[in-house]
Design a protein around this ligand. Structure first.
Ligand SMILES: NC(=O)c1ccc[n+]([C@@H]2O[C@H](COP(=O)([O-])OP(=O)(O)OC[C@H]3O[C@@H](n4cnc5c(N)ncnc54)[C@H](OP(=O)(O)O)[C@@H]3O)[C@@H](O)[C@H]2O)c1
Length: 385
């Protein structure tokens, strides 16, 4: 596993940034490797590996294109869903390169690209489309999902990619490739969840409840701990309890041991049983009753995802009145929020927690399997040499 910039990257970075060499580099001898979704019959059937893909030469780049040599990617629950028949808010038009989380180095820029230069370390934003049309503060709607990376536009599971300059941000200086490649989806969502509602940002007096040990929940845990909040975490796995505590969770509840009332249990841990300030709900209708039981009056339930059972009864909107709380649905974050997150990570020297196993690009199907089987902790990583 390579956690530091290679000699080549360091050479490349300094060479081009300091000497202002022409805005191209020779990639002609190499061929790119990539995964494509050829259908939506599940990743085992629909993912296909291609190893002889032509790398665009710099003169082929559009004026706002950026050619990125990818160094790492990570998977999200959404990647499993997009590979399957349900998709997210509609079908894909294959072939599509999957994945939205990725980190790499700029190897070519179009004539109108001003924010990125050869050798810059960059991360992919979830979608350039809504940034191009609505700007850097724009938040995604569900309609924007169709254009997101790995779904409506080609994603990150490849060695080289051309991305619009509106769909990139600079990587944190403090992070190596693998942890940097975890930020695009789950970390931006966690950032928006805790700090996106102005005047209601999480702080040292906040109590935060996170559910399970997936990407969103662990990012929220780490961000909450960084501002001094008290975190209650849940998991189904006794093996993961110690890691949650090491990351700073004050309390850990096994949600399988007490499936009907772990929300009440969480509330009981707060001062005077007043309830939790922020509940990051990732389970959907299965977990929302417990989330509502845990939240304090005027607290915020973030409706983020649906890793739980989808066939259970839907929780009525009226529950927000019965629990006198704010229910806030969010989709990742704006590009400016992503930049805020990057600055915060550098300032607080946060290193995103990642899974113990790192996969090579060619092993992406095994990486999907690990995610599907919920064997991972936080983020499933893919190293791209
Ligand atoms: N709104 C957005 O912008 C946004 C962004 C990112 C993700 N999401 C959504 O958020 C959800 C989480 O995504 P992710 O990438 O973090 O997923 P993930 O990494 O696949 O999370 C998996 C973990 O969730 C926990 N879990 C599974 N079923 C659960 C249940 N019934 N109750 C509580 N925890 C449960 C398990 O933790 P343990 O093994 O510890 O039990 C499991 O390991 C997904 O539905 C995803 O689509 C939404």
């Amino acid at each position: 596993m390579s956690l530091i910039l290679s000699d080549f990257d360091i050479f490349f970075h300094h060479h081009y940034n300091s000497l202002h060499f022409p805005n191209t580099t020779s990639t002609s001898a190499k061929m790119a490797r990539q995964w494509v979704l050829t259908s939506q019959e599940g990743f085992e059937t629909s993912l296909e590996y291609q190893q002889d893909v032509k790398i665009p030469s710099p003169h082929e780049l559009g004026s706002h294109d950026v050619l990125v040599r990818m160094h790492a990617a990570s998977l999200n629950y959404r990647d499993l869903v997009i590979a399957g028949p349900m998709g997210i808010n509609g079908p894909i038009t294959p072939p599509v390169i999957p994945g939205c989380d990725g980190a790499g180095i700029v190897e070519g820029v179009g004539s109108s690209v001003h924010d990125f230069h050869l050798g810059d370390r960059v991360l992919t934003h979830l979608s350039a489309k809504f940034v191009e049309s609505r700007g850097d503060d724009a938040l995604a709607s569900i309609a924007d999902a169709a254009a997101c990376l790995g779904q409506g536009s080609d994603g990150t599971l490849r060695s080289h990619g051309v991305f619009s300059d509106a769909g990139l941000v600079h990587a944190p200086k403090s992070l190596d490739w693998l942890p940097a490649a975890t930020l695009t989806c789950t970390w931006t969502t966690a950032w928006n969840a805790l700090f996106g509602l102005k005047g209601r940002e999480a702080g040292p007096d906040s109590w935060v409840l996170v559910q399970g040990t997936g990407g969103v929940s662990i990012a929220a845990l780490q961000l909450a701990v960084a501002v001094g909040a008290t975190v209650i975490a849940t998991t189904s796995s006794e093996e993961k309890v110690a890691r949650l505590k090491t990351l700073g969770a004050t309390h850990v509840i096994n949600y399988l041991a007490n499936p009907k009332s772990w929300g009440e249990e969480a509330r009981g841990l707060t001062p005077g049983g007043r309830g939790v300030d922020f509940v990051i709900d990732v389970g959907g209708n299965e977990t929302l009753p417990n989330s509502l039981a845990a939240v304090r009056v005027d607290g915020v339930v973030l409706v983020v995802g649906q890793v739980g059972e989808s066939s259970v009864d839907a929780v009525p909107m009226f529950a927000a009145l019965l629990h006198t709380c704010i229910v806030r649905g969010i989709l990742a974050a704006s590009r400016n929020q992503f930049r805020e997150l990057v600055r915060f990570i550098d300032e607080h020297e946060i290193v995103p927690a990642v899974d113990d196993v790192v996969f090579e690009l060619a092993e992406a199907k095994s990486a999907y399997r690990r995610l599907k089987e919920k064997k991972h902790f936080a983020k499933v990583l893919i190293k791209i040499d």
